[in-house]
Structure formats: structure tokens, C-alpha cells
Ligand binder design. Sequence first.
Ligand SMILES: Cc1cc2nc3c(=O)[nH]c(=O)nc-3n(C[C@H](O)[C@H](O)[C@H](O)COP(=O)(O)OP(=O)(O)OC[C@H]3O[C@@H](n4cnc5c(N)ncnc54)[C@H](O)[C@@H]3O)c2cc1C
Length: 500
Amino acid sequence: MTSVARVVVIGAGLGGLAAAARLAATGHAVTVLEQAPVVGGKLGWFSRDGHGFDTGPSLVTLPQVLRDLFAATGAPLDDVLDLQRLDPAVAYRFADGTTVDVPGSRELIPAALDDALGNGAGAQWAALLDRAEAMWRATEQPFLRSPLAGAGTLLRLARRAADLRTIAPGRTLRGLGSTYLGDPRLRMLLDRYATYSGSDPRRAPAALLTVPYAEQAFGSWYVRGGLRRLVEAVAQRAVERGATIRTDAAVAEVLVEGGRAGGVRLADGERIAADVVVSNADATALYRGLLPGTAPARGPRAALRRVTPSSSGLVLLLALRGRTPGLAHHTVLFPHDYDAEFDALFGRQHLGRRGPKRPVADPTVYVSAPDDPATRPDADSESWFVLVNAPRHEPGTGVDWTAPGWPTPRPTGCSTCWPTAGWTCGTGCAGGWCAPRPTWSGRPPAPAGRSTGRRATAPGPPSCARGTPPRCRGCSWSAALRTPAAGCRWSPCPRRSPPG
Ligand SMILES: Cc1cc2nc3c(=O)[nH]c(=O)nc-3n(C[C@H](O)[C@H](O)[C@H](O)COP(=O)(O)OP(=O)(O)OC[C@H]3O[C@@H](n4cnc5c(N)ncnc54)[C@H](O)[C@@H]3O)c2cc1C
């Protein structure tokens, strides 16, 4: 890069904005081009009637990475954002009724596991985390803090045989976990970390053990006001350091001159010259859509063909009236049979037999419900982000979420209330909105919604009118069937009336 380079960053997700802030802080002339009308990418925000929801990430790990970013570009992070360490980090609920609140500090976790799961559980988990720590030490520098050079990175590691043994190449997360964890509930805790990247723990590499290590050693964190504050702060930092951010500016092509990037062409035809182009778009979008099919793109393109895309997910944003006593910031409800969930998501059976991918009949449910006034209209309400895993959208070869027969998520309305076994409508079902409340012993039904390529997000509900009867305005009820009134915006109505 010349001393002052013209840099174009494609995409204003958190990654693109962080790159822009760092490059601008070192004096380069940076322009960020974002196709969406707002910055943030997957780190989105939805608000309605006083309820606010982070629609993507809900958990911050490795805060040191953010501290480094802010320190390198101006005022320290703590001057700009209120980062809070969560305790408990997460509350787990198992199908056998066991509950465990995992403390926010690593040293307290074994005792909590012993209390909840029985003596010995804590020691098993501690031994696993010791192995995870060794793995972290072996991989942090070559994988997380150095440029990745494909097989070259592994080669560097291979020269140190002890490090290579530590990361257990060739072993799966499930396989390695089973050698440490005797309690099936602990194995479920570990398996869940594979789903962070949309993977099957029975096939995901054992190196993913570094994820629970990072979470438990360095803490689970929340940004007061919602994680979107993080995006706002990094965008502001980039602009303060001189970067220009343009939204509604879709890049259609990376212009290549003499074998290197020389700028971009926008969808409206505008050309922007650059010495350096940084892509924050998905690698597949870059190599298949934005770069011409010339030699430099061929290798990565071939590599991408071998990559298995992650599973998808269905998100519900629930505006709820009332407060749930003892509700943790993060809650996970496990199913009876976790393998059945992976079989459905990835279309395979445990013993290698293949089966069709299908929506999960009894999915793990993740609830993020920050106790933060910025996310709710008043002290007597809660805003829940609810996520269940779903097979990815694969018309032709897998689940086609656009095919007839799948309910389509509605922007708002009763169709997002799931009043089936274990779920009851809250007192606030009115004005066209059912406010579902899980009873913790019960479980919601399979995801009812459409999944697009990665994550599907059902936009959040309007809040319910207070004191009105629990039914859609204008709709009538019989014993089990709610009949939508003519012109009811929220049809189809749920097929079972809420109690009371
Ligand atoms: C539902 C959900 C929950 C998650 N939970 C967590 C969590 O709890 N913790 C966590 O750490 N991570 C979580 N993640 C992952 C996390 O959101 C992502 O890793 C992170 O936000 C990715 O940021 P990014 O900047 O790399 O990419 P993105 O956020 O995808 O940003 C890419 C940007 O590039 C833009 N773009 C793409 N192509 C073009 C183009 N041609 N022209 C212009 N702009 C373009 C896109 O519009 C987008 O704004 C979650 C993700 C999802 C979807």
C-alpha cells in the first residue's frame, strides 16, 4: 500500500466498519460502500412501540478485540460504550427438568455444575476447559492474530507436534468432548457451541472447543442500549477518523487491472477508483458475484465449492407484557433428543445413514431478553429475541421454505403467536397481536416460517393494548378455532384460544 492509499471497503457490517476505522486512523482515504440503507449488516436492530431488539448477535465475546480497536483509533472503548459482563452468563434448562445457571466467571463454573448436575460434573467440565485453554494458546497466534495462509498456517503449526496434538486435528467436537464429559447434559452444553457457526458437533472440528473457552475465560458481555450501539460507535469512529460511509451504494463489480483490484463499479454504473479494495461481503458473494472469472479468483472459487454452508435459523421478536421472575439475560431450553435436532438440520442420522433435512420437530430454543430499559417501553414489559435452528433454504436438494405448505412469516400479527402445547398467550393479546409466553416446562412447536439463505428474521410485534380481551380485534372465537374477521390483517389466526 502506498503511504496514503485510496481504499474502498465493500460493506458496512461491523467487520467493514472496523477495517475502515483502522485504515482511516492510519491516514488512508477510506470510502465505505454499503448496499443497505443502514449500516450494521447482520448486527441489526428492530424497534416498534417502544420495544427494541437486536436482530442478529446478542452476545459479545472477546471484548479485548473491541478494546484494541477503540484504543488504536481514538478514545478508549469505556469512554464510548457501556460494556457489561453477564452473570449468569446463560441459564440452561434441560428436558429432564434440571436447570443450571452458568456463572459469568470461569472459576465459579465447576461448583455451579456440581450443584446443578451432581458431584463430579464440575471436575469434568474443568478438565475439558483446561484442554480448551491449551488449544487456545496453540491457535490464538497462528489462527486469530496472523493472516491465514491456508495449508501454510497448518504447516507452521505442524512443525510443533505438541501444538498439533493439542488441537486434535481429525477429531470432532463431539468426539473430543465425550472423552472428558460423562454427563449427557454436559455433552449437550458442549454440542451447542457447534451451532454458533451453524455446524453439526458430530462433524465439526474439535478446535471449536476454543469457543466455550473464549466465552468462559473472557466472559459473556452485553452492550448497554443494545449491541447496535457497537455498530453506531464504530461507524462514528470511522467517520471521526475521516472515512466516508455511503449507504444505498451496492457494489456490482470489483474492477481488476493488471491482476489487482483497481476500484469498484456500483450498481448504478458509477466507478470509484481505489488502490486497495477491502471486501466485507461474504466470500461467496465476492468470488462468485463481484470478481471477474480471472485467474486470481479461481483458486478461492474452487475452495468455496467445497465448503458446506451453515444451517439457518428462525428468529422471533416478541414484545411481551409483564415481567418474568428470575429471567436470565440468555436462556437455552434443550430438547429431549439433541441428535434428532442435528439429524433434521443436516439431513443425516447419527450412525452415518442419510435422511432428509427437515424442520426440527423439537428444537433447542434460545431466548435473549436483556434487562435494559432501552429495549422496552416501560418497566412492566420485556422484549425477547427467540432463535431456533432450522435447515438452510435449499430448493431442489433440501428444504424449500418458499414451497407451498410452509407458513410464511407475517410482518406482524397473530400468525407469529404459537399457542400450542406449552405456550400460552399472555394477557395482552389484543389489537391483532398475541403475546406468547412460554411455560418453562413446555416447549414451542417447530419453527413456522421461511428461512432465506442464512438467518430468517420475523419482524417484531406491535405491543398489545392493555386490558383488552385476549383475542384479535374483530375476530371471533369458537372452542378451538379463531375465525378471522373479514379484512383481519393478521389471518390466519391461531387455531387454539389462549386460556382465560
Ligand atoms: C441471528 C444471528 C445471531 C448471531 N449471534 C451472534 C452472537 O451472539 N455473537 C456473535 O459474536 N456473532 C453472532 N452472529 C454472527 C455475527 O452477526 C456476524 O459474525 C457479524 O455480524 C458479521 O459481521 P461482518 O461485518 O463480517 O458481516 P456482515 O454483518 O454480513 O456485513 C456485511 C455487509 O456487507 C454488505 N454488502 C454485501 N455485499 C455488498 C455489496 N455488493 N455492495 C455493498 N455492500 C455489500 C451487506 O449489506 C452487509 O451490511 C449472529 C448472526 C446472526 C445472523
